[in-house]
Design a protein around this ligand. Structure first.
Ligand SMILES: [Ca+2]
Length: 263
């Protein structure tokens, strides 16, 4: 029995594959967004990147915007008509002193008509877009690989691109037009490859003609990593036993399976 346990421990310790880790470029001065209500750090990939939660650092560092006014949070939403009760002051004036242009999904502007895909009320988004603008997101890549990019966006069928750590990484296309800036759609827009795990800098380049709410990064292929355990010695079913990544079979069940006379 002691021999069995020792062998198992040795096998498990050797199991994990070492993955290379990328890093945010050393000269990047931006930082992941955080405030009173957002304490979870940079978004994970796979996962969702919320457009309004771009990095801290300001104009020329975390983003480039054509004017210093936040045309939503710091201008339009000063109008009492736009201070919707369903949102509240935090969302009305979200990051109001930054040049990026932000607002939120409103009952009377975005949800009083049919959308191709209906956004959630109060969803924050980048608006007042202009050619040549870009914005940075520090992201945490949990699993390297190729990912589909899906976007919640509105209006025109424009091209957009993403850089990864300062290098071009994805050319995307908003596939279906909507009627205007306040009619929304959710669709796949392209793919991107993250070769390494860890914190990395994702730069979104966009132009005039859309609002952008969030991006979803979904693995193109399901993970193939399967742990295997070798159970040596006096067993009824010698050989390798796979441990599925969903943990539906744990190590103890694998040992029982090796001992079992059933097949
Ligand atoms: Ca602006």
């Amino acid at each position: 029995m002691f021999h069995l346990k020792s062998s198992l421990l040795a096998t498990l310790c050797l199991g994990p594959v070492i993955t290379l880790h990328a890093e945010v470029p050393a000269n990047y001065q931006g930082k992941p967004f955080t405030d009173t209500y957002h304490k979870s750090g940079p978004p994970n990939i796979p996962g969702i990147v919320q457009c309004a939660l771009y990095d801290l650092g300001g104009e020329g560092v975390a983003y480039h915007d054509t004017d210093a006014v936040n045309n939503g949070s710091g201008k339009l939403n000063l109008d009492p008509k736009h201070q919707r009760e369903h949102a509240g002051e935090y969302l009305w004036h979200f990051r109001k002193d930054e040049g990026m242009d932000l607002s939120f999904v409103k009952d009377f502007a975005d949800l009083n008509h049919t959308n191709l895909v209906t956004p959630h009320i109060n969803q924050l988004y980048i608006g007042w877009t202009a050619d040549g603008e870009w914005v940075n997101y520090t992201v945490n890549v949990a699993r390297p690989g190729s990912y589909r990019i899906k976007a919640l966006y509105s209006f025109q069928t424009n091209s957009v691109t993403f850089d990864l750590n300062g290098q071009p990484a994805a050319a995307c296309r908003l596939p279906v037009p909507t009627l205007n800036y306040h009619q929304w759609n959710y669709a796949e827009i392209g793919t991107i490859k993250f070769s390494e795990a860890g914190l990395q800098l994702l730069t979104f380049h966009y132009g005039k003609g859309n609002n952008f709410a969030y991006f979803v990064f979904e693995p193109v292929e399901a993970p193939v990593a399967v742990q295997k355990v070798t159970v040596p010695g006096q067993v009824n079913r010698p050989g390798r036993i796979e441990i599925p990544t969903d943990n539906s079979v744990d190590v103890l069940k694998a040992i029982d399976a090796a001992r079992s006379t059933k097949r």
